[in-house]
Design a binder for this molecule. Sequence first.
Ligand code: COA
Length: 321
Amino acid sequence: MKAKIIGTGSYVPPKIITNDDLSKIVDTSDEWIRSRTGIEERRVSDPQTATSDLAYFAAKRALLSSKTDPMSIDLILVATCSPDTLFPSVSCIIQDRLGAQNAAAMDLSAACSGFNFALATAASFIESGNYKNILVVGADTLTKYLDWTDRNTCILFGDGAGAVMLKATDEDCGVLSSYLKAKGEDGKFLVMPGGGSRDPEMKNKRFIRMEGKEVFKFAVKALEESVLEVLKLSGMDISDIDFVIPHQANIRIIDHVIKKFNLPKDKVYVNLQKYGNTSAASIPMALDEAVAGNKIKKGDIVVLSGFGAGLTYAANLVKWG
Ligand code: COA
C-alpha cells in the first residue's frame, strides 16, 4: 500500500502587509527585504482568527477537491507550532468543525518542517495498513508571535494553512520515500522562549528569536542534503526530478539549491513573494497552488523539502498519481 495525494487545499487570511507597510514600523525598506529575501508581502490574521480557523478552511478545500466524506477520515494530523491552545489540539478542533467523528486526531510539532514530518508519519500509517484515509494539514499564525520592533524577524513571516488528503492505493504512485532529520544541538538559533513549561508566566515574551545567518547556513545545507538523500532512498538522482517544492523561507536559499543541482527554474515552485515564510503551511500551500496551476502532471516525481526550528529538516519524494 502507498499513500496517494488525492486532493489539496489552502487558505490565507485576507489582510496583506507589504514591505512598504513594514518600513513605516521598523528601520527597513522594500528594496532591502526584496533583495535579501525575495518577499514582497505577507498575510496577517486578525486578532479573532486562530490557527484552527485557517486549518479548517484549507482542510475543507482539500476534502472538496478530493470528494472526501468527512466521516470516512481515519486520522487528522495537523503540523503546527502555533496552536490555538496547548490543548485541545488544532486537529481535535477541526475534527469537530469538519464533522469527522470517526477520525483520530493529533498535532505534530516540528516548526517549519512540520508538514514534511506529518506527511511521512501519515504515509507510514497507511503503508502499515492501519489507516486508509488521512487528512494532513500544515497551519501556522506566526505573525502573532513576532516582535514588530525586531527587523531581523518581523519581515520574514506570514500566516496560512495548506492541506492534503491521502488515500491508501495499490497503484504505482504516492509517497515513495521520506527523509527526516533533527539537529537539536543547534536549536538555540531559532527559538520562541516564552509561554512553555520553562516559562509559564511568560517572563520572556512569546516572540521568535533568531540568529539569521546561522539559520541561513544550516538551511542551505539542509535543503541540499534532504533532496539528495530522499532521492537516494528510492534509488533515484537529481535527473529524475520533475518538480521541487521547497520550503518558502528565502529566495536566496532556494536559488542556491537551483544552482547547486543545475535545476531549470520552472521546475522549482516559488510563491514566497506573496506570503513570506508561513512555517508548516508553506509547502502544502505551494503544492496546492502548483496543482491548481497545472504545474504537476500524473507520473511526475515531486520532491517536497524543507527545514525549520528544532533544528529540523525533512523531505518527501512523491510520485504524482
Ligand atoms: N532591513 C534593513 N536592514 C536589515 C534588516 C532589515 N529588515 N535586517 C537586518 N538588516 C541589516 C543588519 O543590521 C546588517 O547591518 P550591518 O551590516 O550594519 O550590521 C545588514 O542588514 C546585514 O544583515 P545580515 O543579518 O548579515 O543579513 P543577511 O543577508 O544574513 O539576511 C536574513 C538576514 C534574516 C534575511 C537571512 O539571514 C535569512 O534569511 N536567514 C534565514 C532565516 C530563516 O529562513 N528563518 C526561518 C527558518 S524556517
